[in-house]
Design a protein around this ligand. Structure first.
Ligand SMILES: [Zn+2]
Ligand SMILES: [Zn+2]
Length: 149
């Protein structure tokens, strides 16, 4: 398999515990289709990896190293990170450093998810606390309002 950027033969390499194909010339990496999820799995649990991965798909100027058809470029999880993928799900091309950015973005998302979960829990406790102030009254109304009851 050759590098879609410069045609150099790709070399197998182990990165973050995953076997990927690495270009010794441009340091780009080819991940098999399931390996992008494996890369995310090094940083996030399954429920934290849900959601759309490919945004704003358009034609790429690169060709798939497996089947040679033109790949499509997309914004990874709506971030300012452009990756390339084969429409026939052969895999993903990551330019040098992009695997690190994928991991950074996953970290950022996980932090955001955990923050919103704990905010939700704190809000719930707050509302429960309000309920304790002798039923009825304005606080009870506020509590019902936010609880949707
Ligand atoms: Zn290359
Ligand atoms: Zn392909």
């Amino acid at each position: 398999m050759d590098c879609p950027r410069d045609g150099t033969a790709l070399i197998e390499e182990r990165v973050h515990g995953i076997e990927v194909d690495h270009c010794p010339q441009c340091n780009g990496r080819w991940l098999d289709h399931h390996q992008l999820d494996e890369l995310e799995a090094t940083r996030a649990k399954e429920h934290e990896r849900r959601g759309t991965v490919r945004y704003a798909q358009r034609e790429s100027d690169l060709r798939c190293p497996v089947c040679a058809q033109q790949m499509s470029a997309f914004n990874y999880r709506a971030y300012d990170l452009e990756l390339d993928t084969c429409r026939d799900e052969h895999g993903f091309w990551l330019d040098v450093g992009e695997d690190g950015r994928v991991r950074d973005i996953v970290d950022e998302r996980v932090r955001g998810l955990r923050r919103s979960l704990s905010a939700e829990a704190a809000w719930g406790n707050f509302l429960d606390g309000l309920g304790g102030r002798g039923g009825g009254g304005p606080w009870e109304t506020v509590r019902r309002l936010f609880r949707g009851r």
